[in-house]
Ligand binder design. Sequence first.
Ligand code: ADP
Ligand code: MG
Length: 564
Amino acid sequence: MARIGIDLGTSNSLVTYWDGNESRVIPNVFGKNLTPSVVGVDDDGNILIGDIAKERLMTHPNLTASVFKRFMGSEKEYELGRYKFSPVDLSAFILKSLKDDAENYLGESCDEAVISVPAYFNNKQRQATLDAATLAGLRVENLISEPTAAAIAYGLHQGEDESTFMVIDLGGGTFDVSILELFDGVMQVLAISGDNFLGGEDFTKVIISDFIRYNNLEGTSISEKESLALYKKAENCKKDLSKVEVSSFKIKINEEEFSYSLDKNKYSKLCEDIISRMKLPIIRALNDVNITPKDIDSVVLIGGSTKMPIIRNFIGKLLGKIPFTNINPDEAVAIGTAINSALKERHESLSEIILTDVCPYTLGTEVVETIGGTMESGYFMPVIERNTTIPVSRVEKIYTIADNQEEVRINVYQGESRKVSGNLKLGELTVKMPPGPKGQCLHLRYTYDKNAILEVIVTIEATGETKRLVIENSPGSMSKEEIEERLNLLNDIKIHPRDRSEYRFLLARGERLYEELTGDRRMYIGQVTRDFEEVLDTQIEHRIKKAAVNFNKILNDFEGRFNF
Ligand code: ADP
Ligand code: MG
């Protein structure tokens, strides 16, 4: 029985194994290393996973779910056709598909895995990941944090004892910075920082805006399908620019054809603003552990977006160090997970102090500040600073601002902004005040525990009266019975048969091209798609195989020629 490693990503997931010598990526049923973290349902109620589902994001947006990792550990529900799925269910489908790929490829059962999770995942989010693994029939030997996995992929765990690394991860929609320390054979994440709304998507959007400006399309209404087609073209254009000097594309919008061309220089100008947003989280992480770039021994870049030369240059300049990039940045985390599994098997296990031991965000309350003699509300007062070791309990004092103020409302926020408008509101609590002059004191106690539960207790100093609020950032994990029940339910749902997946993928590509193209090209793709469907109906395997090769060639030609 082989042990496997899994990077369960927001945009893409991968599975790896240890071949006795090194960690290798296992290709999926389409021969690709990356499996898009996308799940869909077809018209017959079959589940579609990965590439096929991603193809249908554009043609069947209501039957397709993506970026659900953002909502792991939350109550969010996805309605896909007649089903309702939680982020745990959707993740389970991805894990199951990766497990099947591994078993097909290795020819043996794979029931045990090391799975990576973001360093900032709290206990609830980690538990949700474990629940998804259980639903997928996987036993999890270990959850490892993504930056630690990346550091292991680079062999940094074997380096000098007492070294410090920075792992910078720019994925599809998130930017994560971690500072790690190796000391006495233990890897510890010392600080994390980042921006949950900065990633590859933003770079694609920059190209879209420039396309719209260039073609004077501001104010023109663009259909959902056309926008998605434009998004895809812009993303391809972005990826091209990581390799070539100039990239161009054509697209039809409202029956009119528009063209666009972008070179590297202009692209880097367009990206200046977004790139500068990467600076703050990096500096913040350094400040949190009180070190300077000189104290960092190695910098590792991971995440598909760090393939962009502009990002590598920017980080190199900012930190005065050439970052490690020789492992494919979208594979590094997955590679590290299988190495971790092999280390465990050899009992050379590297311990990791996981970061649920710190509070990832600053927790505080709204206060009024006196600015230039006048009182202004909307300011944020931190109570528990980010990266504080948990469990933690802190008290701050606040005061009434008016004589005989009748009540005090405590608004609880999480975030790093000086103004609460830039932070996330978690809850509120109101206390009635006894009569008295302004300046009456209240004690505000915040207690944050390992399960990411925040307890807020307000005590009125004069009377000793208290009021309590409990905020569960992410609601409960699943009980054994719930998992059992869910397992039965999911087992009844048909996952599209794997041996036919390749053909389904071709059909989905045909359908998508049909929607993107117009005129004769569209008619042509429509015809070859129908022809292929007819051959599929014959169920004569050798004819299907031959037709699939031809159909695939036609689709490739069209995608290549017209840059879809
Ligand atoms: P996640 O960790 O969110 O699953 P990935 O690490 O797979 O994400 O990164 C996905 C992002 O990387 C996407 O936004 C994609 O456009 C971008 N990307 C992938 N390859 C390249 C490339 N060659 N050049 C620029 N961006 C790329
Ligand atoms: Mg990732």
